[in-house]
Design a protein around this ligand. Structure first.
Ligand SMILES: Nc1ncnc2c1ncn2[C@@H]1O[C@H](COP(=O)(O)OP(=O)(O)OP(=O)(O)O)[C@@H](O)[C@H]1O
Ligand SMILES: [Mg+2]
Length: 160
């Protein structure tokens, strides 16, 4: 039990600026594999889009990555792997079928904001990241891997 909770603790990071969040995310982008799925959950303004921007930067995506709120899925193809960015906040879980994520799940890297609006069983393996606001510039990121892909990503970036 003790060991477990120590492991859990190591699976949290606190960032103290938006750049720190982007920088942490870019480390995941650098080592993401085809089929890496990042489910980004947390209240408004806690840094989910910032994390997605860092992921894209780490993948080498050129240009800016903005919130996909008004399109179901944005695709960026200029990086090392195709990068797909979705946001379920306005479209809800019902739109998952329309987004066509299942068509892209194995070929690129996927980030889904407000993923907890969908049934998580929809995704087989993923790295879920919960964002919590601690103060104006500080955010807690809690990492919850499901399956080997999430474990590999965490091991590589957090060393745990
Ligand atoms: N440590 C931090 N990490 C990330 N963002 C931060 C941090 N500190 C301050 N911020 C600010 O918080 C805001 C985060 O906005 P962002 O759009 O990334 O949030 P979000 O979780 O995607 O929100 P939404 O649910 O509306 O999509 C930005 O204005 C950013 O500058
Ligand atoms: Mg957002």
């Amino acid at each position: 039990m003790q060991l477990n909770s120590e492991r859990e603790r190591k699976r949290e990071r606190i960032t103290n600026s938006v750049d720190e969040t982007r920088c942490l995310a870019s480390q995941f982008g650098k080592i993401a594999e085809p089929g890496s799925i990042f489910l980004l959950c947390g209240d408004l303004g806690t840094g989910k889009t910032a994390f997605a921007q860092g992921l894209g930067a780490g993948l080498g995506v050129e240009g800016s990555i903005s919130s996909p709120s008004f399109s179901l899925l944005k695709e960026y193809s200029s990086g090392r792997l195709p990068f797909f960015h979705a946001d379920l906040y306005r479209v809800g879980a019902a739109a998952l079928a329309d987004i066509g994520l299942e068509d892209v799940i194995n070929c690129g890297v996927i980030a889904v904001e407000w993923a907890d609006l969908a049934p998580l069983e929809y995704f087989e393996e993923y790295l879920l990241i919960r964002f919590t606001g601690l103060g104006p510039e500080s955010r807690k990121l809690t990492f919850e891997p499901v399956g080997g892909m999430g474990e590999r990503l965490l091991e590589a970036v957090l060393g745990t």
